[in-house]
Each structure stands twice: as C-alpha cells, then as structure tokens.
Ligand binder design. Structure first.
Ligand SMILES: Nc1ncnc2c1ncn2[C@@H]1O[C@H](COP(=O)(O)OP(=O)(O)OP(=O)(O)O)[C@@H](O)[C@H]1O
Length: 642
C-alpha cells in the first residue's frame, strides 16, 4: 500500500462532539486554522514571491518570451508619439499631404505589430501556466497525503481547500499577467522617461515630480494591503470550512433544527469577509485616486509650461505633441501600478499560505529508536518480513500525549506495556476516553508515540518504511469512512492487488451479503462518504477493507458496534477464522466482542492495568467486572485518563 494510506485506511479517532446537536465552534482562530503562520508584517512580498521560482523556472523561457513580446508591443506604443510629432511638424506644418501616407502607414503597422505581439504573449504562456498550476496542486495534494494525522487534526479542511483552489488560481494569474506587466511597465516607464528627457528635460522634470510622493505612498499601501489580503484569504478558508461542515452535517443540522444557528454563523463570516474586502477596496481606491490624480496634475502643468515654451519659440509644436503623447502613453504603466502591486500582494499571501503547508514536517517528529533497545537494531531489522522472530506485537513503556493537550494534563498513555503473541487476538477494553482508539492508532503510526517502543515481530515500527508498515497493519475504525467510489474500490483500498476471490472472501467475512442486492453489486457507487449506505453496511465494508489483504497484524476498533445482534453473531463467527491466522488487537466495548479474543487487556489510568482471559479477569479485576457488567463503569470522556 502506498504512503498515502493515512487518508484511505483509518479515520481520525471519533470525537465526542461528532453527534453534538450544537454545531461545533469552528476551529478557526486556533493557530494554523485561520491565523497566518508567518505574520504578514514581517514578510517581504518579493521574498515570498521568489519561492515560486522552482516552479516558474520550468517555464522560464516561455515567461521570458511572453515578457519580451509584451515589452516590444509596449515600446511600439512609445514610437507612436514620435511618428505623430513628425506628422505635425512635417506634412501638417508644410501642408504636404504626399509625405503623410508613409507616416500614416507606419502608424498602422505599429498598431498591427502591437496587436500581434499581445496575442503571442498570451498564447505563449497559457499552456505552460496551466501545467504549472497542475504541478503545484499535485504537490500540495501529495503533501497532504503524506502529512501525519496530527497535522489534519490541527488544520481546518476549508483552509486546505482554499489553498488548493483560490490560492492556486491567484498564483497562476500573477505569473500570467501582473508579473509580466510589473516588469514590462517598469521598463516602459524607464524608456518613456528617457524619451521625455530627450524631447525636453524641463517638461520631463515637471512630469516626474509626483514620483517621490507616489513611492512613499505605495510603500505605505503595501504594508496595509498585505495584512488585509492575508485576512481575506484566511477568512475565505474559514468560510469554506463552514460550508463544508454544513453540507456534510446537513442531517444533524436538520434533525436538531440547528440550520438557523449554522446560517447565522455563515452570515457572520461572510459579513466579516465582506468588511475585509471593502477595506481592501478602500485602500486600493485611495491609492488609485492619488496615482491617477497626481500625474494628471503634473501633466497639466507640463502642458501649460510647454505651451508657453512654444509661444516663446523655445519648443516646436511637434515636439510638444510628441512629449504630451509620450506622457499620455505612460499613463497606463503608472495607473496600473496600483492594482499590479495589490495583485502582487495577494499572490505573495497565497504563496505564503501554500508553502505553510508544504513546509510542514512530514514525520510528525518521531523520536529515533532508543539506542540499545533490545528489540531494535540491525540484528532484527528484517525480522518482520523474514519472520526470524516470533514476537507478535510488543509495546514497551509506550507514552503518548496529543500535541494540543493542555499543559497541566498528564500524558494520555503513561507507560503501556503489552505483548500480543503472534497469532493471538487480544481484546483491549477500557472506559470511554481512556485512550483505546489512540493506542490502536499508534501501531500503523497514524500518530507517533511520544515515548517507548512498539515492535512487530521484533522490529521497531519506526524502522519499517511507512508504506510497508501499513501493508502489515490493517485497521478498521469504529467510524467507517468510505469514499465516493464503487463498493469494490472501497474494499480494495485495503489491498489494491487483491484478487476477485479475496474480495469475495472479505465481503463474506464481514457478512456484507447486502452487496449482492445492490443495483450493480460490487460496482455500485456508494456516493460521497458512502452516505447512500446504512451505518451497519458501511461498517461491514470497512471491516472487509481491513481483512481483504490477509494482513499480518489486524487492528479493529470496536468494528461491530453498528450491527444488530444477529448480524454481529454472524460476523463474529466469520471473523474467528480470520483472527486465527493473524495477530490482532481488538478494541471491545461488549462482552460479545471480547469473547472473540484469546486474552483481554484492561486500559486504565494510561496504563495496562490487567491482562488475562475473560474468565480470569472477571475473577481478578474489579475494573474489568465493572466495564463488562456496565454497572458504575468509570467514564473519562473528554479528559485524559487519571
Ligand atoms: N485528535 C485529538 N486531539 C486531541 N485530543 C484527542 C484527539 N483524539 C482524541 N483525543 C482525546 O484523547 C482522549 C482519548 O480518546 P480515545 O478516542 O483514544 O478514547 P477511547 O478510549 O477510544 O474512547 P471511546 O471508548 O469513547 O471510543 C479523549 O479525552 C479525547 O478527547
């Protein structure tokens, strides 16, 4: 199985709030959910945008061709005033129409060249940019698959969704247009300024007077705008989360009549986003007013002074026309500066947000195997595959705490010592919230133990490549998640190379005979999250997925909880056969599930309190008796075991 098993096999441990009638408080506001990891005040737009270079590098020649085409097109615009000046001082001043035609033809040619070059600029870049966006999105998706479950616990799905969609679009658009025109317009501005100085330096100085206040203003604008841009993009992510939760949880919202509460939250978030967008528009409008107003004022002054100079015979009319036309041709590069800078800021923010995910460490900070640990090291490195040792699953001093657990709480698991012999089935029982699901999630390394060692047939799981580990350890969690694919595809996620016979056997084991009655059998599409199936049907498919590959180690988290008594008995009967040929850890809440196991381990206070057969524990363990009888069972929900 591939590295991306995290998303295909087990799901995050079920949360107590999943069935809460009140829509859960959005997790925005928690660190990576809506607050930027990099404070925008400290980031440089250019440095952020430079991070796009490894992707842009692939299309650098196309980018260069596009910039060149746009540059030549813009420069041809600058030649137009010079031709106009010649027409005014030549054919028009001398009333010589025969000299007009070649110059008029030149103007027409310049127009055609400009149109052709702008077309080329777009065509040259469109295809490669679509490829670049695909590559970036692919990298983001692959990264999301590799990141540990603890990352997904922290990040709201809407934040990730907005990065994969709107942020990606912003970055591509920046490379297609604003980047090209920031370069081209700057060069055109420099060339136009040079032309103006050549035509008349006094008028050029007057025209350039607003440059200084404009530079100060744009710097000020940039810092304010980048903050607003970041806020807007984070709010878009939060909004996506609310929409997603509303759609996925529509049954609960309707059943409890909470759609108004959710709609209220949606409205308030859209209102916040609207406010931010208006703030951005206000900033841009202020900048624009100055960017457009100041040069117009300067141009008016240049016109007055130019007219005076013409009257004094210090300047020809043609030169004045050429000068003013050049100055007018520079209006676009100057006026466009406002939104080009705004867009560059949006793109820099999108780039930051994109790389915040790509920069996340992938191994989840797994501590290295302790030196000298008896069961680790090269001597046993190949044990699991070679079967050199016969140890089954061994947990030694295993500790774990969730990264976001409050500082003043003890570790959830505080030194688990447990040995499941090879071929044995061990049931794991404990009070609600005692950490059973968490413990099972440590075996396939969905979470990294924060202390101690876990070995499979003598080999430390940290030494086994993740993909191999997840082939060895198959998991079915209590909350079965299916994907919008066919029944067969969902089950075969547990073993893509399994034969039809294996698929049929797995479905038999899980008593999933309902599949035969589906319209297209195993080819039937189950809809998004398998919601077209009942809870019990989903759970049986998840069980089939866990057993289809005949895994060496099987972890089942209360896999029969949604089944009726009759079906449960049938599944248990079939499961016994599977469990006979594998080493299994089965989280159990009910005596019927416990009876599947050879021995039972009791989890209490973050440790294994007792191990024995069902009968032995009934005699010797008061905690076990309480758990099995259902009388006064300790409840630790919502807090680590104490
Ligand atoms: N992703 C998470 N981040 C932080 N805390 C979590 C996370 N998942 C679970 N917890 C907390 O860890 C504790 C143990 O949860 P866990 O799901 O392992 O218990 P459990 O014994 O399997 O419970 P149950 O029998 O109800 O399924 C609970 O207090 C829970 O709130």
């Amino acid at each position: 199985m591939a590295e991306n098993q995290e998303s295909t096999l087990p799901q995050s441990p079920p949360r107590p709030e999943q069935e809460d009638p009140d829509p859960p408080t959005p997790r925005s506001g928690q660190p990576p959910r809506s607050t930027p990891a990099t404070a925008p005040e400290h980031r440089s737009t250019v440095r952020s945008l430079l991070r796009l270079w490894p992707y842009a590098r692939v299309i650098r020649w196309r980018l260069a061709a596009s910039i060149s085409a746009a540059l030549v097109a813009m420069l041809s615009v600058l030649v137009v005033p010079l031709v106009l000046g010649r027409i005014v001082d030549g054919p028009i001043a001398r009333h010589d129409l025969s000299a007009l035609w070649p110059l008029a033809g030149a103007l027409l040619l310049l127009g055609l060249v400009e149109a052709g070059l702008f077309y080329t600029r777009r065509v040259v870049l469109a295809g490669p940019l679509a490829g670049l966006e695909t590559a970036m999105r692919g990298d983001l998706y692959a990264k999301l698959q590799r990141l540990p479950v603890s990352f997904h616990d922290r990040w709201a799905s809407g934040q990730l969704l907005s990065r994969a969609t709107s942020d990606m679009f912003t970055m591509r658009l920046f490379l297609a247009f604003p980047l090209v025109f920031l370069i081209v317009n700057s060069l055109m501005f420099a060339a136009g300024t040079a032309v103006m100085f050549v035509l008349d330096w006094r008028l050029a100085l007057i025209t350039l007077l607003p440059a200084l206040p404009l530079i100060v203003l744009t710097r000020h604008f940039e810092s304010g705008y980048s903050l607003a841009a970041r806020r807007a993009q984070d709010q878009t992510g939060d909004l996506a989360t609310v929409i997603e939760e509303s759609v996925l949880g529509i049954r609960i919202l309707k059943a409890f009549g909470r759609h108004r509460t959710m709609a209220e939250r949606f409205r308030s978030q859209t209102h916040e986003l609207r406010e931010t967008e208006l703030h951005k528009a206000g900033l841009l409008a202020n900048l624009w007013a100055v960017i457009v107003g100041l040069p117009e004022l300067a141009l008016g002054c240049a016109l007055a002074v130019g007219a005076y100079l013409v009257a004094q015979d210090e300047l020809t009319t043609g030169t004045l026309v050429a000068f003013l036309s050049t100055a007018l041709a520079l209006r676009w590069p100057v006026e466009s500066l406002g939104w080009l800078l705004a867009y560059a800021n949006e793109a820099a923010t999108a780039t930051d947000r994109y790389f915040e995910v790509l920069d996340e460490p992938e191994d989840g900070g797994a501590p290295a195997p302790a030196a000298g640990t008896a069961t680790t090291g090269t001597a046993t490195a190949e044990a699991t595959d070679a079967g050199a040792t016969d140890e089954g699953i061994r947990l030694t001093g295993v500790r774990f705490r969730y990264p976001d657990a409050p500082d003043d709480t003890p570790d959830l698991l505080r030194g688990i010592d447990l040995h499941v012999r090879r071929g044995e089935t061990m049931a794991l029982v404990g009070a609600t919230g005692s950490g059973k699901t968490t413990l099972t999630a440590l075996l396939p390394r969905l979470y990294e133990a924060t202390g101690g060692t876990i070995t499979l047939d003598g080999r430390d799981i940290r030494e086994i490549p993740r993909a191999r580990l997840r082939e060895l350890v198959s998991v079915a969690f209590e909350e079965p998640t299916l994907f919008s694919a066919s029944v067969g595809e969902n089950v075969l996620m547990g073993a893509p190379d399994a034969s039809d016979e294996q698929l049929r056997r797995a479905l038999d084991t899980a008593q999933a005979d309902f599949v035969e009655r589906l319209p297209a059998g195993t080819e039937t599409q189950v809809g998004e999250q398998g919601l077209s199936l009942s809870g019990g049907q989903r759970q049986r498919l998840a069980l089939a997925r866990a057993v289809v590959g005949d895994p060496a180690f099987l972890v089942l988290d209360d896999p029969l909880s949604a089944l009726d008594v009759h079906t449960e008995a049938l599944v248990e009967q079939a499961l016994r056969e599977v469990l006979g040929s594998t080493t299994a850890l089965v989280v159990a809440h009910r005596p019927s599930t416990v009876l599947l196991a050879d021995r039972v381990a009791v989890l209490a206070d973050g440790r294994i309190a007792a191990v024995g057969t069902h009968q032995e524990l009934l005699r010797s363990s008061a905690v076990y008796r309480e758990l099995m009888s259902g009388e006064a069972a300790p409840v630790l929900e919502g807090s680590p075991a104490r």
